[in-house]
Design a protein around this ligand. Sequence first.
Ligand code: BG6
Length: 462
Amino acid sequence: MSLQYQFPEDFWWGSATSATQIEGAANEGGKGKNIWDHWFEIEPNRFFDHVGPQETSDFYHRYQEDIQLMKKIGHNTHRLSISWSRLIPSGRGEVNPEAVEFYQHVIDDMLANDIDPFVNLYHFDMPIALQNEGGWESRDVVDAYVAYAKEAFRLFGNRVRKWFTFNEPIVPVENGYLYDAHYPNVVDAKRAVQVAYHTAIASAKAIAAFREMNIDQGKIGIILNLTPSYPRSSDPSDLRASRIADLFFNRSFLDPSVLGAYPQELINIIRENELLPQVQEGDGELLRSNTVDILGVNYYQPRRVKAKEYVPNPYSPFMPEWYFDHYQMPGRKMNIYRGWEIYEKGIYDILMNLKENYGNIESFISENGMGVQGEHRFQEKGEIQDDYRIDFIREHLKWVHQAIQEGSHVKGYHMWSFMDNWSWSNAYKNRYGFVSVDVETQERTLKKSAHWFQKVSEQNGF
Ligand code: BG6
């Protein structure tokens, strides 16, 4: 059969999840507390419907059933994360044997079902003991992270072939240190810059350790949420505003991770505003010589940018938004169930940018998907009829296909997410899964999109 959109033979079809969002069992199996457990304890009202991370989607107990579902819907790969506070409950020191056993079983079960596990080491979940020492503001915590990474490579490196140091490292910077959306709810750009810098150093150090340990045929990378920045017009002030937004939110991690250095213009802005972080001798060389092998790209929506319309008060604390404003593009397409713009071509623009400006680094789409509030209303004949999600994925895949035709080195597509899961302070508000989860009973049901995706992965196209 000839398909209009045929993907390369070894294309990776799958989905992504993260430990805190699906495992549950937050107080079981010897797990230590992380910032999410702690924040929920002290401020449950910051969480949608007051639902915290204790149970989430109970993958800890149901992983076998879930892996069978992954297999059923045609996954040949899946990205999961290890919970640092499950593996090393205090963040540093003793390893938890129950966690080792759990992750070993999960990884082995995936392999036994021909699902290649891609393992991410950090998805927003700092152990609380280390947060209390200063979290990413502390260089000692960077070393604790590297020790944790080495432990994970040692334990699972003989079976895991794709490793990732961080998922969306800019998110804890923005949400935890600029916009008061995540714990520790700091609003301070200088501290935010230090957190961002230490995260990049932690990633480079983990990559160095990985290479020293000579992990068998393995590759290591990072997963970034790349949000292409589009200027309102070709007016130089709009172009500049858009370029600066891109520097702050994309290139602040993309450049050090792939090219091994920060963009000079970003350094200049940081310096002008007296926000430079503390660095150590040898850091420049560390970043230069430990760039990633592979890049995961999370893409949900574009950023629409225009020039600032008023001069910000110089006495107000620094914010990246001193340099640009957002605007809503007239006539834009929307995911009305989440309030995010849908712009499918953005995924192609990212891949072409990687091809042209980042050495065509090997990449894959590590998250792309559609959150829907109140999705149960689309339930019919015992199944969620999520045709909107099928359209969303299909239209993005068309642009991925186009990028491949034009020489992009993109190797796969992971939908966010395998199943409905607990999403940080939004808890179960927005549903993303191929598999719907009844939070009361933990019953799993495939959505219509799961059947569609099964066919796409089996045919390697559509
Ligand atoms: C992604 C994160 O950026 O957004 C996920 O990597 C998260 O962890 C997803 O679940 C969706 O977030 P929300 O706020 O729509 O539930």
